[in-house]
Design a protein around this ligand. Structure first.
Ligand SMILES: NC(=O)c1ccc[n+]([C@@H]2O[C@H](COP(=O)([O-])OP(=O)(O)OC[C@H]3O[C@@H](n4cnc5c(N)ncnc54)[C@H](OP(=O)(O)O)[C@@H]3O)[C@@H](O)[C@H]2O)c1
Length: 299
């Protein structure tokens, strides 16, 4: 049981698992009032039980970042319960869509952007009037190393995380005069359910895909990639960004986040592409096949 309750409040999206859940636990333990939102209320049962056991002030409101009505209702209720005072929003909800871009349908790409980008925009817009009115508040968004370094087969997810880089950089400048802070967390790979829940483009999930070899290379490389199991440094970064008086814009954290994310701008594109072609075994273009007209074979 916490003896001292912090007067501050935090709304987190996507708290059913992984980073969102770990963030909810951290702020619950700190004595904050935590709105650990999720889109499926039943998925919040373990967190609710833990919070009740520990004496945390933690609730799990329903919030689907892709639905206007859900976001409006959840944020209105949070603001009602906090008398209009929400200190921190953590835009965490997201999923990992991958597959060759040619085989990604516009609907699949749209769905990825709807959750990972428009969802951030939708929830942030909903909380901003209250934060601007108080000239206070911090919005922390989960970007990614995938917003700074690109791999083949990860185009849909990259598109969403690169979009966040530009959106948050611009938004932070717009909010500065109002005393509202923004920060972008850029994690490298952490072992969370993100990867078990990943969604491959439906058209790519077949042996006869022209990209089958590249997809196999991607899967091999992804399996070799070291994922951090301890979320502590990541949650530390979120907490520091959420509570700093003047947080910086970008917070790289976790495996290769600093090295790859920070060094990539200094590596010439041709050199980067050469390294990627070696890693993904696409060094030589495939020879033209006169018996087929499938342009997608010319990788
Ligand atoms: N793990 C990594 O390596 C890594 C690296 C860089 C960035 N990130 C980012 O960190 C964030 C959290 O990911 P994670 O690793 O913790 O994965 P996770 O455990 O799969 O968590 C994702 C959360 O987002 C929720 N979500 C998905 N769509 C939603 C929607 N429409 N409305 C509300 N919630 C929704 C999921 O809810 P359901 O349970 O209902 O699906 C889940 O709670 C994501 O934005 C991800 O891109 C993760």
């Amino acid at each position: 049981m916490n003896a001292v309750h912090d007067p501050r409040s935090i709304l987190i999206t996507g708290s059913s698992s992984g980073i969102g859940r770990a963030t909810a636990e951290r702020f619950g333990a700190r004595g904050w009032r935590v709105f650990a939102s999720l889109r499926r209320p039943d998925a919040g049962a373990p967190l609710r039980e833990l919070g009740a056991r520990k004496g945390w002030r933690l609730t799990t409101p329903e919030l689907d970042v892709t639905r206007d009505d859900s976001v409006a209702a959840a944020v209105a209720e949070v603001l009602r319960q906090t008398d209009g005072r929400l200190d921190v929003l953590v835009n965490n909800a997201g999923y990992y869509a991958y597959g060759p871009l040619e085989e990604t349908s516009p609907d699949e790409l749209r769905a990825q952007l709807e959750t990972n980008v428009v969802g951030v925009h939708r929830v942030t817009r909903a909380v901003l009037p209250a934060m601007r009115a108080r000239r206070a508040g911090t919005v922390v968004t989960l970007g990614s190393l995938s917003g700074r370094v690109a791999l083949p087969m990860v185009g849909p997810y990259h598109a969403s995380k690169w979009a966040l880089e530009g959106m948050i950089e611009a938004w932070r400048l717009e909010l500065h005069p109002f005393g509202v802070r923004m920060a972008l967390i850029e994690p490298g790979p952490f072992a969370t359910p993100l990867y078990a829940n990943e969604r491959i483009a439906a058209a790519a999930d077949r042996a006869e895909s022209p990209y089958a070899d590249l997809l196999a290379s991607y899967r091999r490389e992804a399996a070799r990639l070291g994922r951090a199991h301890d979320l502590t440094p990541l949650v530390d970064a979120i907490e520091r960004a959420a509570t700093a008086e003047n947080p910086r814009l970008r917070w790289p954290v976790g495996p290769t986040s600093f090295s790859a994310g920070r060094l990539r701008p200094f590596v010439p594109d041709r050199l980067y592409e050469w390294i990627m072609r070696i890693a993904f075994r696409t060094r030589r273009p495939l020879p033209p096949d006169p018996s087929r007209t499938d342009a997608s074979l010319r990788l």
